[in-house]
Design a protein around this ligand. Structure first.
Ligand code: MRU
Length: 367
Protein backbone atom coordinates (compact mmCIF):
# COMPACT_ATOMS: atom_id res chain seq x y z
CA UNK A 1 0.00 0.00 0.00
CA UNK A 2 1.16 3.53 -0.74
CA UNK A 3 2.24 5.58 2.34
CA UNK A 4 -0.56 8.07 1.62
CA UNK A 5 -3.21 5.39 2.08
CA UNK A 6 -2.40 4.77 5.75
CA UNK A 7 -4.43 6.84 8.20
CA UNK A 8 -2.65 5.74 11.37
CA UNK A 9 0.97 6.83 11.95
CA UNK A 10 1.95 3.73 13.92
CA UNK A 11 0.45 1.39 11.29
CA UNK A 12 2.29 3.31 8.58
CA UNK A 13 5.57 2.96 10.47
CA UNK A 14 5.22 -0.75 10.96
CA UNK A 15 4.05 -1.32 7.37
CA UNK A 16 7.05 0.56 5.97
CA UNK A 17 9.51 -1.20 8.28
CA UNK A 18 10.32 2.17 9.83
CA UNK A 19 11.92 2.24 13.25
CA UNK A 20 11.10 0.05 16.20
CA UNK A 21 10.94 3.07 18.51
CA UNK A 22 8.03 5.52 18.72
CA UNK A 23 8.21 8.16 21.47
CA UNK A 24 4.48 8.58 22.10
CA UNK A 25 1.14 6.74 22.17
CA UNK A 26 -2.46 7.98 22.10
CA UNK A 27 -4.77 5.46 23.70
CA UNK A 28 -8.20 5.67 25.25
CA UNK A 29 -8.12 9.45 25.42
CA UNK A 30 -4.77 9.50 27.20
CA UNK A 31 -1.34 10.50 26.01
CA UNK A 32 1.60 8.26 26.88
CA UNK A 33 5.19 9.46 26.57
CA UNK A 34 8.32 7.31 26.69
CA UNK A 35 10.39 9.09 29.34
CA UNK A 36 13.53 10.07 27.40
CA UNK A 37 15.23 11.30 30.59
CA UNK A 38 15.64 7.69 31.66
CA UNK A 39 16.78 6.14 28.38
CA UNK A 40 18.63 3.93 27.69
CA UNK A 41 18.64 2.43 31.20
CA UNK A 42 14.89 2.25 31.73
CA UNK A 43 11.90 2.23 29.38
CA UNK A 44 9.14 3.95 31.35
CA UNK A 45 5.87 5.18 29.82
CA UNK A 46 4.20 8.11 31.59
CA UNK A 47 0.46 8.73 31.26
CA UNK A 48 -1.00 12.23 30.74
CA UNK A 49 -4.60 13.36 30.95
CA UNK A 50 -4.18 17.10 31.51
CA UNK A 51 -2.66 19.75 29.22
CA UNK A 52 -0.63 21.48 31.93
CA UNK A 53 1.11 18.17 32.69
CA UNK A 54 1.94 17.82 29.01
CA UNK A 55 3.47 21.31 28.89
CA UNK A 56 5.63 20.40 31.90
CA UNK A 57 6.69 17.15 30.22
CA UNK A 58 7.88 19.16 27.20
CA UNK A 59 9.79 21.65 29.38
CA UNK A 60 11.35 18.84 31.43
CA UNK A 61 12.46 16.87 28.32
CA UNK A 62 10.33 13.79 28.95
CA UNK A 63 9.78 14.25 25.22
CA UNK A 64 12.14 16.32 23.09
CA UNK A 65 13.09 16.89 19.46
CA UNK A 66 11.27 19.54 17.43
CA UNK A 67 8.67 17.43 15.56
CA UNK A 68 7.98 15.18 18.57
CA UNK A 69 7.20 18.14 20.82
CA UNK A 70 4.92 19.58 18.13
CA UNK A 71 2.90 16.36 17.94
CA UNK A 72 2.86 16.06 21.73
CA UNK A 73 1.61 19.64 22.10
CA UNK A 74 -1.14 18.99 19.54
CA UNK A 75 -2.34 15.97 21.52
CA UNK A 76 -2.03 18.07 24.68
CA UNK A 77 -4.49 20.52 23.12
CA UNK A 78 -6.93 17.62 22.61
CA UNK A 79 -6.62 16.91 26.33
CA UNK A 80 -7.28 20.62 26.95
CA UNK A 81 -10.59 20.29 25.07
CA UNK A 82 -11.45 17.09 26.95
CA UNK A 83 -11.03 18.99 30.25
CA UNK A 84 -13.49 21.74 29.22
CA UNK A 85 -16.92 21.88 30.82
CA UNK A 86 -20.14 23.04 29.10
CA UNK A 87 -20.24 26.83 29.49
CA UNK A 88 -20.41 30.04 27.46
CA UNK A 89 -18.44 29.89 24.22
CA UNK A 90 -16.24 32.87 25.18
CA UNK A 91 -15.18 31.30 28.46
CA UNK A 92 -14.54 27.99 26.78
CA UNK A 93 -12.37 29.64 24.14
CA UNK A 94 -10.40 31.65 26.74
CA UNK A 95 -9.67 28.55 28.79
CA UNK A 96 -8.56 26.53 25.80
CA UNK A 97 -6.42 29.39 24.44
CA UNK A 98 -4.80 29.79 27.87
CA UNK A 99 -3.58 26.20 27.60
CA UNK A 100 -2.39 26.89 24.05
CA UNK A 101 -0.23 29.81 25.26
CA UNK A 102 1.26 27.72 28.06
CA UNK A 103 1.98 24.91 25.61
CA UNK A 104 3.78 27.21 23.15
CA UNK A 105 5.97 28.65 25.90
CA UNK A 106 7.12 25.20 27.07
CA UNK A 107 10.23 25.46 24.85
CA UNK A 108 11.15 28.53 22.79
CA UNK A 109 13.50 27.44 19.97
CA UNK A 110 11.77 24.58 18.15
CA UNK A 111 9.24 26.24 15.85
CA UNK A 112 7.32 22.99 15.31
CA UNK A 113 5.79 23.49 18.74
CA UNK A 114 4.16 26.85 17.93
CA UNK A 115 3.39 25.62 14.40
CA UNK A 116 1.44 22.61 15.70
CA UNK A 117 -0.46 24.62 18.32
CA UNK A 118 -1.37 27.22 15.67
CA UNK A 119 -2.78 24.43 13.50
CA UNK A 120 -4.84 23.23 16.43
CA UNK A 121 -6.08 26.80 16.99
CA UNK A 122 -7.23 27.00 13.38
CA UNK A 123 -9.10 23.71 13.73
CA UNK A 124 -10.67 25.01 16.97
CA UNK A 125 -11.81 28.25 15.30
CA UNK A 126 -13.23 26.55 12.23
CA UNK A 127 -15.13 24.08 14.40
CA UNK A 128 -16.56 26.88 16.54
CA UNK A 129 -17.69 28.85 13.51
CA UNK A 130 -19.20 25.93 11.63
CA UNK A 131 -20.68 23.51 14.09
CA UNK A 132 -21.82 25.16 17.28
CA UNK A 133 -24.47 22.45 17.64
CA UNK A 134 -22.30 19.35 18.07
CA UNK A 135 -20.95 20.50 21.44
CA UNK A 136 -17.81 19.55 23.28
CA UNK A 137 -17.64 15.95 22.12
CA UNK A 138 -17.68 17.16 18.50
CA UNK A 139 -14.89 19.60 19.29
CA UNK A 140 -12.77 16.89 20.91
CA UNK A 141 -13.23 14.62 17.88
CA UNK A 142 -12.30 17.42 15.48
CA UNK A 143 -9.15 18.30 17.44
CA UNK A 144 -8.17 14.66 17.80
CA UNK A 145 -8.42 14.29 14.03
CA UNK A 146 -6.19 17.33 13.53
CA UNK A 147 -3.55 16.15 16.02
CA UNK A 148 -3.44 12.68 14.47
CA UNK A 149 -3.05 14.28 11.02
CA UNK A 150 -0.08 16.29 12.29
CA UNK A 151 1.49 13.05 13.55
CA UNK A 152 0.69 11.11 10.37
CA UNK A 153 2.03 13.89 8.13
CA UNK A 154 5.24 13.94 10.14
CA UNK A 155 5.81 10.22 9.63
CA UNK A 156 5.06 10.54 5.91
CA UNK A 157 7.44 13.50 5.67
CA UNK A 158 10.20 11.53 7.38
CA UNK A 159 9.81 8.60 5.00
CA UNK A 160 9.86 10.92 1.98
CA UNK A 161 12.87 12.86 3.29
CA UNK A 162 14.64 9.56 3.76
CA UNK A 163 14.25 8.78 0.07
CA UNK A 164 15.26 12.29 -1.07
CA UNK A 165 18.21 12.47 1.28
CA UNK A 166 19.74 9.05 0.91
CA UNK A 167 20.52 9.77 -2.73
CA UNK A 168 22.97 12.46 -1.54
CA UNK A 169 25.00 10.00 0.54
CA UNK A 170 28.10 8.20 -0.71
CA UNK A 171 27.83 4.45 -1.41
CA UNK A 172 29.86 3.75 1.71
CA UNK A 173 31.69 5.39 4.59
CA UNK A 174 31.19 7.15 7.88
CA UNK A 175 28.31 9.58 8.40
CA UNK A 176 28.44 11.79 11.47
CA UNK A 177 25.29 12.94 13.25
CA UNK A 178 24.93 15.27 16.22
CA UNK A 179 22.19 15.15 18.89
CA UNK A 180 19.23 12.86 18.25
CA UNK A 181 17.18 13.58 15.15
CA UNK A 182 15.70 10.12 15.00
CA UNK A 183 12.49 8.28 15.76
CA UNK A 184 12.60 9.55 19.33
CA UNK A 185 12.67 13.17 18.17
CA UNK A 186 9.78 12.83 15.69
CA UNK A 187 6.55 10.93 15.17
CA UNK A 188 8.80 7.95 14.34
CA UNK A 189 11.59 7.10 11.82
CA UNK A 190 13.41 10.42 12.14
CA UNK A 191 14.78 13.22 10.01
CA UNK A 192 18.58 12.85 9.98
CA UNK A 193 18.38 9.25 11.21
CA UNK A 194 15.54 8.67 8.76
CA UNK A 195 17.88 9.55 5.89
CA UNK A 196 20.49 7.20 7.37
CA UNK A 197 17.87 4.43 7.73
CA UNK A 198 16.80 4.92 4.10
CA UNK A 199 20.41 4.87 2.85
CA UNK A 200 21.05 1.59 4.65
CA UNK A 201 17.75 0.15 3.38
CA UNK A 202 18.91 1.09 -0.14
CA UNK A 203 22.07 -0.98 0.31
CA UNK A 204 24.52 1.81 1.11
CA UNK A 205 27.29 0.73 3.47
CA UNK A 206 26.97 3.62 5.87
CA UNK A 207 28.64 3.55 9.22
CA UNK A 208 27.00 5.90 11.70
CA UNK A 209 29.19 7.99 13.97
CA UNK A 210 27.20 9.61 16.79
CA UNK A 211 28.84 12.20 18.97
CA UNK A 212 27.73 12.12 22.58
CA UNK A 213 26.15 15.66 22.53
CA UNK A 214 27.03 17.23 25.84
CA UNK A 215 25.49 18.05 28.19
CA UNK A 216 22.25 16.09 27.89
CA UNK A 217 23.83 13.24 25.90
CA UNK A 218 21.16 12.88 23.22
CA UNK A 219 23.78 11.19 21.02
CA UNK A 220 25.14 8.78 23.61
CA UNK A 221 21.82 7.94 25.23
CA UNK A 222 19.19 8.29 22.52
CA UNK A 223 20.78 7.96 19.07
CA UNK A 224 22.85 4.97 20.22
CA UNK A 225 19.73 3.45 21.86
CA UNK A 226 17.41 3.68 18.88
CA UNK A 227 20.03 2.57 16.36
CA UNK A 228 20.93 -0.42 18.53
CA UNK A 229 17.21 -1.33 18.71
CA UNK A 230 17.18 -1.44 14.91
CA UNK A 231 20.51 -3.32 14.72
CA UNK A 232 22.26 -0.41 12.99
CA UNK A 233 25.94 -0.29 14.04
CA UNK A 234 27.01 2.99 15.61
CA UNK A 235 30.34 4.33 16.83
CA UNK A 236 30.15 6.78 19.71
CA UNK A 237 32.67 9.61 20.08
CA UNK A 238 33.07 12.61 22.35
CA UNK A 239 31.93 15.85 20.72
CA UNK A 240 35.48 17.15 20.45
CA UNK A 241 36.64 14.14 18.37
CA UNK A 242 34.83 15.26 15.18
CA UNK A 243 37.78 17.24 13.80
CA UNK A 244 40.19 14.35 14.20
CA UNK A 245 37.78 11.88 12.59
CA UNK A 246 37.25 14.20 9.64
CA UNK A 247 40.98 14.72 9.12
CA UNK A 248 41.51 10.96 9.22
CA UNK A 249 38.96 10.50 6.39
CA UNK A 250 36.55 8.61 8.63
CA UNK A 251 33.62 10.93 7.86
CA UNK A 252 32.21 11.23 4.33
CA UNK A 253 29.13 13.30 5.21
CA UNK A 254 27.46 15.01 8.17
CA UNK A 255 23.69 15.04 8.68
CA UNK A 256 21.72 16.76 11.44
CA UNK A 257 18.13 17.79 12.14
CA UNK A 258 16.86 21.30 12.90
CA UNK A 259 14.74 23.06 15.49
CA UNK A 260 14.04 26.04 13.30
CA UNK A 261 15.18 27.13 9.86
CA UNK A 262 14.98 30.86 9.23
CA UNK A 263 13.77 32.29 5.91
CA UNK A 264 17.38 32.74 4.74
CA UNK A 265 18.33 29.12 5.52
CA UNK A 266 20.20 29.70 8.80
CA UNK A 267 19.60 26.68 11.02
CA UNK A 268 19.04 26.45 14.77
CA UNK A 269 19.94 23.04 16.13
CA UNK A 270 21.50 21.45 19.20
CA UNK A 271 24.46 23.31 20.66
CA UNK A 272 27.63 22.12 18.94
CA UNK A 273 26.06 21.81 15.47
CA UNK A 274 27.80 25.00 14.33
CA UNK A 275 31.20 23.64 15.42
CA UNK A 276 30.62 20.46 13.41
CA UNK A 277 29.50 22.50 10.37
CA UNK A 278 32.66 24.64 10.46
CA UNK A 279 34.82 21.53 10.75
CA UNK A 280 32.98 19.91 7.85
CA UNK A 281 33.62 22.93 5.67
CA UNK A 282 37.31 23.05 6.69
CA UNK A 283 37.65 19.40 5.70
CA UNK A 284 35.63 19.56 2.47
CA UNK A 285 32.86 17.31 3.80
CA UNK A 286 29.19 17.89 2.83
CA UNK A 287 26.98 19.09 5.68
CA UNK A 288 23.28 18.21 5.31
CA UNK A 289 20.25 19.31 7.31
CA UNK A 290 17.10 17.17 7.20
CA UNK A 291 13.87 18.78 8.40
CA UNK A 292 10.18 18.75 7.50
CA UNK A 293 8.68 21.97 6.15
CA UNK A 294 7.01 22.43 9.57
CA UNK A 295 10.50 23.47 10.76
CA UNK A 296 10.81 26.26 8.16
CA UNK A 297 9.93 29.63 9.65
CA UNK A 298 9.27 32.33 7.07
CA UNK A 299 8.47 34.82 9.85
CA UNK A 300 12.04 34.73 11.11
CA UNK A 301 14.35 36.41 8.58
CA UNK A 302 17.69 35.05 9.82
CA UNK A 303 19.40 33.02 12.52
CA UNK A 304 20.09 36.04 14.74
CA UNK A 305 16.35 36.43 15.29
CA UNK A 306 15.83 32.84 16.50
CA UNK A 307 15.36 32.67 20.29
CA UNK A 308 17.96 30.43 21.88
CA UNK A 309 16.79 28.44 24.88
CA UNK A 310 18.95 28.50 27.99
CA UNK A 311 18.55 25.68 30.48
CA UNK A 312 19.46 25.13 34.14
CA UNK A 313 23.15 25.03 35.12
CA UNK A 314 22.74 21.57 36.67
CA UNK A 315 22.59 20.08 33.17
CA UNK A 316 26.27 21.01 32.88
CA UNK A 317 27.52 20.79 36.45
CA UNK A 318 26.19 17.34 37.30
CA UNK A 319 26.37 13.85 35.86
CA UNK A 320 23.78 11.36 37.14
CA UNK A 321 22.96 13.76 39.97
CA UNK A 322 26.59 14.16 41.14
CA UNK A 323 28.22 17.61 41.02
CA UNK A 324 31.65 17.53 39.41
CA UNK A 325 32.69 21.16 39.44
CA UNK A 326 33.20 23.86 42.05
CA UNK A 327 30.29 25.96 43.35
CA UNK A 328 32.20 29.13 42.34
CA UNK A 329 32.01 28.28 38.63
CA UNK A 330 29.44 30.31 36.75
CA UNK A 331 27.54 28.43 34.12
CA UNK A 332 26.18 29.49 30.75
CA UNK A 333 24.01 26.80 29.15
CA UNK A 334 22.55 27.77 25.76
CA UNK A 335 21.19 24.53 24.33
CA UNK A 336 21.00 25.48 20.65
CA UNK A 337 23.25 27.33 18.22
CA UNK A 338 22.92 28.81 14.76
CA UNK A 339 24.63 27.36 11.72
CA UNK A 340 24.83 30.03 9.03
CA UNK A 341 23.39 29.06 5.66
CA UNK A 342 26.75 29.28 3.86
CA UNK A 343 27.96 26.17 5.73
CA UNK A 344 25.01 24.03 4.61
CA UNK A 345 25.35 21.89 1.48
CA UNK A 346 21.63 21.06 1.23
CA UNK A 347 18.43 21.16 3.26
CA UNK A 348 16.43 17.97 2.80
CA UNK A 349 12.66 18.41 3.15
CA UNK A 350 9.69 16.24 2.21
CA UNK A 351 9.04 18.65 -0.66
CA UNK A 352 12.50 18.15 -2.12
CA UNK A 353 16.17 18.95 -1.59
CA UNK A 354 16.88 22.67 -1.24
CA UNK A 355 20.23 24.08 -2.28
CA UNK A 356 21.72 27.61 -2.09
CA UNK A 357 20.68 30.34 -2.40
CA UNK A 358 18.31 29.28 0.38
CA UNK A 359 16.15 32.43 0.58
CA UNK A 360 14.51 31.89 -2.82
CA UNK A 361 14.59 28.07 -2.45
CA UNK A 362 12.72 28.24 0.86
CA UNK A 363 10.12 30.72 -0.31
CA UNK A 364 9.48 28.68 -3.47
CA UNK A 365 9.16 25.52 -1.39
CA UNK A 366 6.64 27.18 0.95
CA UNK A 367 4.59 28.93 -1.70
O1 MRU B 1 16.98 19.73 23.22
P1 MRU B 1 16.47 18.73 22.24
O2 MRU B 1 16.90 17.33 22.55
O3 MRU B 1 14.98 18.86 22.05
O4 MRU B 1 17.14 19.12 20.87
C1 MRU B 1 16.80 18.38 19.74
C2 MRU B 1 17.57 18.75 18.54
O5 MRU B 1 18.37 19.66 18.54
C3 MRU B 1 17.25 18.00 17.27
O6 MRU B 1 18.37 17.91 16.46
C4 MRU B 1 16.14 18.74 16.50
O7 MRU B 1 15.04 18.98 17.34
C5 MRU B 1 15.70 18.01 15.31
S1 MRU B 1 14.80 16.56 15.74
C6 MRU B 1 14.28 15.80 14.34
Amino acid sequence: MDANQYQDPVELLSAKGGSSVVPLRWQGGNLYLLDQRLLPYEEVWLQYSRPEQVACAITDLVVRGAPAIGITAALGMVLAAMCLKEEKEDLLRDKWLGHAERMISARPTAVNLAWAVKRMKRAFDVFMEESSTSGLSGLVKRLEREAMSIWLEDVRANLTMGEHGQALFPEEGGVLTHCNAGALATGGYGTALGVIRAAIANGKKIHVVADETRPWLQGARLTAYELAKDHIPVTLTVDSASGLLMRKGMIRAVIVGADRIAANGDVANKIGTYNVAELARANGIPFFVAAPTSTLDLDTPGGDEIPIEERPPEEITTIAGKIFTVPEARVYNPVFDITPNNLISAIITEKGVLTPPYGPAISACMS
